[in-house]
Design a protein around this ligand. Sequence first.
Ligand SMILES: [Mn+2]
Length: 319
Amino acid sequence: MKVKVLFHDRCFDGIASAVVFSRFYRERVNSRAEFAYAGLMHRAGRIFDDALFDGDENAIVDFKYSSSDRLTWWFDHHDSAFLSPEDEAHFRRDRSGKKFLDPSYKSCTKLVADIAASRFGFDPTPLEELVRWADIIDGAQYPNPQAAIDLSEPAMKVMLVVEAGRDDHLPERLIYALQERTLAEVVQEPPIAEWIEPLAQWHEQAIETIRRVVRCERGVAYFDVSEYGLEGYNKFIPYYLCPEATYSIGVSLSPVRAKISVGSNPWAPRPRRHNLARICERYGGGGHAAVAAISLPPEEIEQARAIAQEIARELQQPE
Ligand SMILES: [Mn+2]
């Protein structure tokens, strides 16, 4: 009996959702299930390949819906949860009682924990700390930008490793470890413990790189790090550098995508006035009202820059 769990990759909430789902499934559905994991990333073009759904049960957590009839469980909290109106209609018709969307949740991890508890009798108490941190991290509930880029807390070290780590087996390793042990224990275990110091130095360099290129103009922090090969950086760095900004727009480039990241500053003196998911959907992207993104093929980096500048003009305050 194999359960395939597909999760939002390079994302603390994606990993934590997979942890909670797996433990729930083992405890309340089938204790002899064997798990396999695969991360999903937003990219230009086709996201789901039917080969991904190769379990006896197939679950997606913290990521877009698929209308594949092989998909048996789905949990998401994104505003942009569907790739097409047909997918949305497919979800609305579903009567399995195993597919859930609630964009009012700050984290998908808490959505999985709450539904597993209320509908399936799961006890999420042992995972309370993980659920609480997923809500803080995905919901940007830090007291200030300094706290959002500080690495003292074990959860913040795990977030750094998840977002910036480069080992292919890392997400799976973390998903198994966090089902059994606390965040503080997991960051002291090899090989994760050895990755933290070099990644912490890389994080400091990322702050310096963004400091060099960021322009803070009329409420928008704009930065293009595509020439620096910088990706997986902490998305709160722009607000640490430009505390007055209401919005941030970043352009980055990796071998698989040119990415435009659009975010809003949780501590901004002037509140957010736009739904960023809706803006990004116009360009084929999506996300949440407060943070969203667009992915293009890497060779379309010039187009990505043009879109980023167009969105910057739309979000800037009038002079
Ligand atoms: Mn999430």
